[in-house]
Design a protein around this ligand. Structure first.
Ligand code: ZN
Length: 312
């Protein structure tokens, strides 16, 4: 069984035990190419490399940063436009002659959380992945909810400021413009523009375009005051969206994953504190658990393997 997580910058493929898909036997990764054909080539090459180690791969699961339709083909992918209209699952299956399933990448991570993480102790959880954008996976009463057309779980594109910055999806003021890795960089640039973050500006030699979410995190970890204020603002935006989700779904837990999860306690404590500013969401009894995923950066690929395993 192979699970593949096709990320914006790199593709991770895990060979997992067919009987116990939580057990990783081997892994490979490669930079994610820009074009659709090369993406399929790259996935096939990663899977073949892993197959050499076991002789045969029984199924492949692939997580895509895209909104998938009922035909399992991406009809929109704000942060990975090359995937639009590309039948990744069909192409990989045809070329490798191995049963292949595709799903949204955050659905895959939610599936891993459900089977191997916090989902072992709760029946309903929302996984929110903070990366280049924001992904979402909805587990209700022990089942992953995909929606009528297969495109549920896109909280990153709930509009929270109709006058806000333009999102690659075509809307303005989507949650992920503020509360993702690129949102964190945008907040830092706003602070620089207001003269509140000269230390951040110095760190990039005066080039505001070079400000990244990772850089802000690194500076904040060193105790930089301006960077910490940006992270505080960021945490308030994260909490705002989390409160909206709690008011809609009333889950037992919200699990934060994705590329910004390494922010760890620095982030989660501030999100929990800001969440208290939303009484309808935060006064529930028992309270909503807001936790970081314990599964790390492999969650998406693990979940893709689990979904492939269940499909077979
Ligand atoms: Zn959007």
């Amino acid at each position: 069984m192979v699970g593949v997580d096709l990320g914006g910058t790199k593709t991770l493929a895990l060979l997992v035990d067919s009987v116990s898909p939580g057990a990783v036997l081997s892994e490979r990764q490669a930079p994610t190419p820009a074009s659709g054909t090369e993406i399929v080539d790259s996935i096939c090459s990663l899977v073949r490399g892993l197959a050499e180690q076991v002789g045969e791969v029984v199924a492949v699961g692939i997580g895509l940063a895209a909104l998938l339709g009922q035909d399992h083909v991406a009809w929109e992918a704000p942060n990975a436009k090359a995937l639009i209209g590309l039948d990744v699952g069909g192409e990989v299956e045809r070329r490798l002659q191995v049963p292949t399933v595709v799903d949204n990448d955050a659905n895959c991570a939610a599936r891993a959380e459900q089977d191997l993480g916090l989902g072992r102790s709760v029946q309903s959880l929302l996984l929110v992945t903070l990366g280049t954008g924001i992904g979402g996976g909805i587990v209700l009463d022990g089942s992953l909810y995909r929606g009528h057309r297969g495109s549920a779980g896109e909280p990153g594109h709930m509009v929270i400021d109709p006058e806000g910055p333009l999102c690659p999806c075509g809307q303005r003021g989507c949650w992920e413009r503020f509360a993702s890795g690129s949102g964190l960089a945008w907040l830092a640039r706003e602070a620089i523009g207001d003269g509140r973050a000269s230390s951040v500006l110095r760190a990039v030699g005066g080039n505001t375009e070079d400000v990244t979410g990772e850089l802000v995190v690194e500076l904040a970890a060193t105790g930089d005051g301006a960077a910490n204020e940006v992270v505080d603002t960021f945490a308030r935006w994260v909490a705002l969206g989390v409160a909206n989700l709690v008011n809609i779904f009333d889950p037992e837990a919200i699990v934060i994953g994705g590329g910004l999860a390494p922010l760890g306690d620095m982030l989660i404590e501030r999100v929990r504190a800001s969440f208290l500013e939303y009484p309808l969401a935060s006064r529930r009894n028992p309270p909503v658990e807001i936790a970081l995923t314990g599964l790390g950066p492999r969650a998406g690929a693990l979940g893709a393997a689990l979904i492939a395993s269940a499909a077979g």
